[in-house]
Design a protein around this ligand. Structure first.
Ligand SMILES: *Cc1c(COP(=O)(O)O)cnc(C)c1O
Length: 431
């Protein structure tokens, strides 16, 4: 990052002031070092790119899915100037931003209609706010299985979001077991929705029983109550060819007859932060009419990136073009070859090639480790925490994991094109 002269001056003055205020006047070199530390801190103050060496592909703290080149190009093309965000180029009149992605979303989900909002939490909030509030403002009921009342990262707790929306939560079943009869008994004239939620980041195993989506849809149809499914991770296609366990796809939920499916755009879809609602036309129309939508809407940067990413799904070029899938598809031998070349590059450091376990992350597939390869660095002074901190303070910052007496840098989550930067960052952190 380029810092201007006024910024440089401010930090040099601050370093000099600190030196003057010190009880023992530091040597000039210490003042220079202090100024450099202050400037490095300034350069990291905003949003900066980092090398993700954690092996967690969808790391929420590190920005989840990296965007495809086509998505970055689309942002530059549409957001660097004016766009047809809310303008119909055919008629020359006002259009709707929600129309821009509707055809692509219908193509990848099989749904009748769609809506894009700020994130999946906003999608769930909008659905609940729209359906679970009676015309007189009083709360209506949402029936959810007790085992699905999830909290995912970042403080998204389904019961809290339900409370926010003014809905009344009706829990059914036990933590490990729920049957369709539990839902049926809980139905009342005040029931607004039957809800299914993906228990994204945990599994209940052993003595369990669950209700399938088609069973719930059949019950909803008999009772005249819509069914919503919060899928979260939003796989658009089968992820098993990538060595991941089967993950329910959006198209499966839609074809099961679920009225509204909510999911994130920056998890298994591999796009920008956004929340997508796919489902029945009439239900989506009700969402569009909710004034709350105005507060949850996305802008041209998101629409451009999401449109380009969805296009890659439609065209079937996901494996080659979407970084998430490219990373997933990288054979372990390719990672090992990169690791060996890197070890040669950082000659003199105690770095070796080690097996490692990565994860999909992003609240998806928590129990599926991804076999991977890491650089394992044993710093000369044995202080792995300090070494990891120096890597984070570098340019580019490298986020690593601590693995016993070594700092582990997983290569699956670092683009091969950045290997030279990684080697330089390692050498700098070792000095
Ligand atoms: C990740 C997730 C969310 C929240 O998604 P955001 O896009 O981060 O708001 C909601 N529900 C489920 C089931 C999830 O996995």
């Amino acid at each position: 990052m380029l810092l201007g002269a006024p910024t440089a001056k401010r930090h040099v003055v601050a370093a000099l002031d600190a030196a003057r205020a010190a009880e023992v006047t530091p040597p000039a070199s210490a003042v220079v070092d202090d100024a450099l530390v202050r400037l490095a801190g300034e350069a990291q103050r905003g949003l900066v790119g980092v090398l993700n060496g954690t092996g967690v592909l969808l790391h929420t703290n590190l920005g989840r899915a990296p965007l495809a080149a086509a998505a970055l190009d689309a942002i530059a093309a549409a957001a660097g100037g004016a766009s047809n965000l809310e303008f119909d180029l055919t008629t020359g009149t006002r259009g709707s931003r929600y129309e821009r992605l509707d055809a692509l979303l219908r193509a990848v989900t099989g749904a009748e209609a769609s809506l894009v909002v700020n994130n999946c939490a906003a999608a769930v909030l909008l659905v609940l706010d729209t359906f679970a509030r009676a015309p007189d403002g009083s709360a209506r009921e949402v029936i959810v299985a007790r085992g699905q009342l999830v909290e995912i990262g970042g403080g998204f707790r389904l019961p809290d979001v339900l409370a926010r929306s003014g809905a009344r939560l009706v829990e059914v079943g036990a933590t490990n077991k729920v049957r369709i009869a539990d839902y049926a008994h809980a139905l009342s004239p005040r029931t607004a929705l039957l809800m299914r939620a993906h228990p994204s980041n945990y599994r209940i195993e052993g003595f369990t029983e669950d209700v399938t989506a088609p069973e719930l849809v059949a019950l909803g149809a008999r009772a005249g109550v819509p069914v919503i499914e919060d899928l979260g991770s939003g796989a658009l296609e089968d992820v098993r060819p990538y060595g991941l366990p089967g993950e329910r796809t959006v198209a499966e939920a839609v074809s099961d007859g679920v009225d509204l499916v909510t999911f994130s755009a920056d998890k298994l879809l591999g796009g920008p932060q956004a929340g997508i609602i796919a489902g029945r036309r009439a239900a989506i129309a009700r969402l569009r009419a909710n004034p709350l939508l105005r507060a949850l809407r996305v802008g041209s940067v998101t629409i451009a990136a999401l449109g380009a990413t969805l296009r890659l799904h439609v065209e079937g070029t996901v494996r080659e073009q979407i970084p998430l899938y490219r990373m997933l598809a990288t054979p372990i031998d390719a990672l090992r070859a990169r690791a060996e070349a890197l070890v040669a590059r950082v000659d003199g450091l105690d770095v070796h090639v080690a097996g490692h376990e990565g994860y999909a992350g992003g609240g998806t597939l928590p129990l599926a480790p991804l076999p991977s390869i890491a650089l394992a660095w044993r710093p000369a002074d044995g202080d792995v925490n300090a070494a990891a901190a120096r890597l984070r303070a570098g340019d580019p910052p490298v986020v690593a994991r601590i693995d016993g007496d070594a700092v582990a840098i997983d290569l699956r989550t670092i683009p091969p094109a950045r290997d030279a930067d990684l080697a330089a960052a390692l050498l700098a952190a070792a000095r």
